[in-house]
Write a protein that binds this ligand. Sequence first.
Ligand code: SF4
Length: 552
Amino acid sequence: MPPSSEQTGSAPTRTQRRRGDGQWALGYREPLNKNEENKKNDDGLNVRDRIINIYAKAGFDSIDPADLRGRFRWFGLYTQRAPGIDGGRTAVLSPEELDDRYFMMRVRIDGGRLTAAQLRAVAEISRDYARDTADITDRQNIQYHWIRVEDVPAIWEKLESVGLSTTEACGDTPRVVLGCPLAGVAEDEVIDASPQIQQVHDEHIGSPLYSNLPRKFKTSIAGCSVHCVNHEINDVAFVGVRGENGEAGYDLFVGGGLATNPMFAERLGAFVRPDQVSDVWAAVTAVFRDYGFRRLRTRARIKFLIKEWGPEKFREVMEEEYLGHRLPDGPGPQLDDGVRRDHVGVHRQRDGKYYVGFAPKVGRVTGSSLVRVAEIAEAHGSDRIRTTVDQKLVVLDIDGDDTDAITADLEAEGYEVRPSVFRRQTMACTGIEFCKLAIVETKDRGAALIDELEKRLPDFDEPVSINLNGCPNSCARIQVADIGLKGQLVMDEHGEQVEGYQIHLGGGMGLNPAFGKKVRGLKSTADDLPDYIERVLRRFRDQKEEGETFAV
Ligand code: SF4
């Protein structure tokens, strides 16, 4: 046997590295870490039966640890953080010490599409089983907290009775498929992607073919003219374009993602007809499954494969080894700079009716208030409610002479249809209240920050996004916000460690995508945050030149 690079002290050769990366397609099937071993021992999808037949009956203590901290995710279940553990201790405690006996549960809402009956079911589950918690996530899901394993079968039964599920809402799986909330109604959309989202969901979600991917896999499919579902940062994205002769189809992007190594997705340059989307999705996903790097979790997302191969090789392997035919070349999407992607406010649909987009604060709502949203929608003749990727909601199909009335009803529930710029564009991840990885608090602080900035800068109306994360992961997309706040412990003026944020400035997507810059040493304690942001925004307002916006 030749000496290893460790023995020789030399850099690993390409072959050694490939073997070490555990790529299935190269014949390396032996699990190289605990997660891979767990997935090999039993498919995550098999945990459903055990939850229904064993764990829900025998209770939390009966749960096999490999299921609890692994396979439960395949059905959108994570243990939540035990209350009262500060962020500074997160890194030194074992998973057992951080675990609560309650779960976070994520309901996948593909395309963000809900009927009033579905929203009511989601809301009633929150009220009846989740202590009235319901966060609208930045991937169009609804997330509960305080779920007991004993209640999971009843929750699933209720969700499934209205056509919803938690299948593959988390785990190393194809997560919820993002879609434009205005699909099918927007006046200026390139193509209505709803049928393709449904087809991908129906044909592939819950299939054992894709239930053991190297890591999570995020999809967006949309023909939205303002690209509201962020194709730049999804693992695979289909973006509505017009091909030859004006035929509507999709441009294909692969390899976007944030977290600790942010990368924007690469265009493959292929034109995908609507009837090919499901097959192409399957081919891209299978390339990831078979060639993705499985040794290190930190290198397992598809973006690292794209980085190593480049888009040309990826496209060639995908077409030749998986799809079985070449796709024609196609045009890139039309991108505008500086457009608001959030669909908040009252706007016309192409059928002459109106949609009404509104803003809960940092995505936090209650089941009881969501019941009211379903009632309000129905009272105003709508059966279509949508979640957005900005932690907002939209009601479709309102008559023109009814928009003021529904606006008043929503605002009476605390949902702003014409929110301040701060309420409109501030997002926060789950944070230390429930997330085991968190170092700092986010939701309450984000809500308080909105209140404070509205008070201090009542006339500020420049679009500016402020995103708060509780740790270095990027669940709230800090690197592509105008002001991104990464939670960490910082020193206060007395030399004490306190909760705070590292500040990223100038991130954005669209025509000139950029990751926010970390200015060395630019941090704020949580207490100083409103002062810091007020200073930045005042300075911008005082010094800005004609036509200049805060965004890059
Ligand atoms: Fe948890 Fe960190 Fe994600 Fe926030 S960014 S939800 S703290 S993992």
